[in-house]
Write a protein that binds this ligand. Sequence first.
Ligand code: KMH
Ligand code: ZN
Length: 280
Amino acid sequence: MPTTPPESILITVAPTGAETTKDDCPQLPTTLEELVAAARECEAAGAAMIHVHIRDADHRPTLDQTRLRDTVQALRESTDLVVQLSTGGSVHDPLDARLKVLDAEPDSCSLTMGTTNFGDDVFSNPWPFVCELYQLTQERGVVPEFELFDLGHVQALGRLLGKYGLPAGGRVHCDFVMGVPGGMPGTAAALVAGVALLPDEVTSWSATGIGRSTLPVALAALSMGGHLRVGMEDVLTMARGVPVERNSQLVERAVALAGLAQRAPMTPDGARDLLRVRQH
Ligand code: KMH
Ligand code: ZN
C-alpha cells in the first residue's frame, strides 16, 4: 500500500441496504425509479460507485434475478457509476441465492470475508461459501469488494488471496464496515488496527461507519488515505434528530470532508481504473 494519501477519493454510495423498512423511512429509495433518481443525484454530487441492494414490490429485500438484471441495466443506462451488487443481501437470504447474484453481470460485487453477529441476527458467510463466491467472481470477471466487518475478516482476506490468487483485474479493494453490533467498533483505533493487518496485495481500501460511528470513521479514513462509503444503508441521520432526506446529502458531506483533506472526488472512469473494472 502506498504511504502517501492519494489525491483523489473514491466515494461509494450505498443508498438502500436491506435492514431499514420503507415504513420506518419513506425516503429510502426502494423502487427502481427511486433508486435510479438517487443514483443520478449521487453521481452529480461526486459518487463514482453504487453498492446496490434491491427491494420487491412490497419494498422488502429481494434477490430476484429479473429485478437484479433490470436494476443493473437501468443504472448503466442512466449513470456512469460503477455498479456493485450486494452478495450479502439480507440476513435471511440463502447462500445459493447470494451466489446467483453474479448472474446479473454487475461490474463489481461485495464479498464479505466471514460470518458476523449482526444485531440480533447472524450474517452468515462460512469459509466454503466465501471461497466459492470468490472463484465465481474470478470466472465471471466481476471485481469483488471485500467487506471487512471484523479483524478476523482481514486475516481471512490474506488466507483467501494466498489460496486462490488475485481477483479479476488484479487489484484488491476492500471496505471496512465498522460499528455493526457484533463486528468491530467504529473507532479510529479499530481502523488503524485493521489497516495495519491488511495483506500486501491490497491496493485500495475504503471505510464506512454505521450510525453514530459514521463521522469518526470517515474522518479517520481520510486521515489515513482511505476512500469512503456513505449512504442510507449505513446511516439515517445527518446529526442527532436530523433525518437524511436524500442520499446525495451524505455524498455532498463526504465530498466536503474530502475537500478539507485536499482530495477531490474520483470520476466513475477513475474508479474503473482504480478497481480495474472492465468497460461495458
Ligand atoms: N445486509 C447485510 C446483512 C453486503 O452488502 O455485502 C449484509 C450487507 C453486506 O449489507
Ligand atoms: Zn450492503
